[in-house]
Design a binder for this molecule. Structure first.
Ligand code: SF4
Length: 76
């Protein structure tokens, strides 16, 4: 389970976040390409912005479910 105390610092403020257990593996970027992006050093990903529309929320939830390391959290 993702740990909100270990959020990647680049995450946009809001309930969805990536923590420091991201590998990265690219699964979530495929699920939510408009929301999640790679950090500059490509060592992890983060939420560049929070989902707003129902489609974006669905994409964020799918990204969270698909993450093999459970690095994506939802504090909502
Ligand atoms: S699916 Fe999980 S481990 Fe893979 S890039 Fe996304 S947050 Fe990182």
């Amino acid at each position: 389970m993702a740990d909100p105390k270990h959020r990647q610092p680049e995450n946009a403020p809001g309930k969805y976040y990536v923590d420091d257990t991201c590998v990265p593996c690219h699964v979530c970027v495929d699920e939510a390409p408009g929301l999640i992006q790679y950090a500059a050093d490509e060592g992890h990903v983060f939420f560049a912005r929070q989902p707003v529309t129902p489609e974006e929320i669905r994409a964020a939830e799918n990204a969270m479910k698909g993450c093999p390391t459970e690095a994506i959290g939802n504090d909502g």
